[in-house]
Design a protein around this ligand. Sequence first.
Ligand code: AMP
Length: 197
Amino acid sequence: MLIIGPPGAGKGTQAERVARFYDIPAISTGDIFRANVAEGTPLGLQAKDYIDRGAYVPDELTNALVLDRLGQDDVANGFLLDGFPRTLAQVSTLDECLEQSDSGLDVVVQLAVEPEEVVRRLLKRSADQGRSDDTEDVIRHRLAVYQEQTHPLIAVYAERGLLLSVDAQGPMETVTQRIHDALDGAVLRGSGAASAE
Ligand code: AMP
């Protein structure tokens, strides 16, 4: 499954909780990039400037990283991608990768939040965690990039019948419960139980 939404929607937090529940790995491209930056790896050195500016890391680098991660053994029973795909080119890469392994996406969870709420949350995170890309200017740039490059993906997955849109405003536990409720409904539809009623 994928979890998709603007910066500050709570993707990382919710992805970890949902992945733990389903006992699958949560794969965050942002976390992988940040770990590489912290360790000073060649990938980290290449990615750092983009991340600090709030720009997307080029597709070639990001796709290579994800293909490598999806080739590891622990994804055999499923995975939750947080922060990938973010561009239409990344959607194609993921489609091809899943096709090759004869698998596919079950569901795409969209975390929906108002833009003002997102800025408020990210400024708070900046005070708590000191992330280099959580300054107000960079936050606004990241939101603009999301709107332009990633928001169109929601229509793509909606058209495929994979999208579950969840209201991501409110307490963290409430949002997690909404995600579980939405996923339970989707599983019901998938099993044919709903149509049998
Ligand atoms: P995140 O932790 O998901 O907010 O990601 C932090 C930063 O990592 C983003 O602002 C981008 O610079 C970079 N990044 C993470 N995922 C991707 C992706 N799928 N494509 C391009 N850049 C990414």
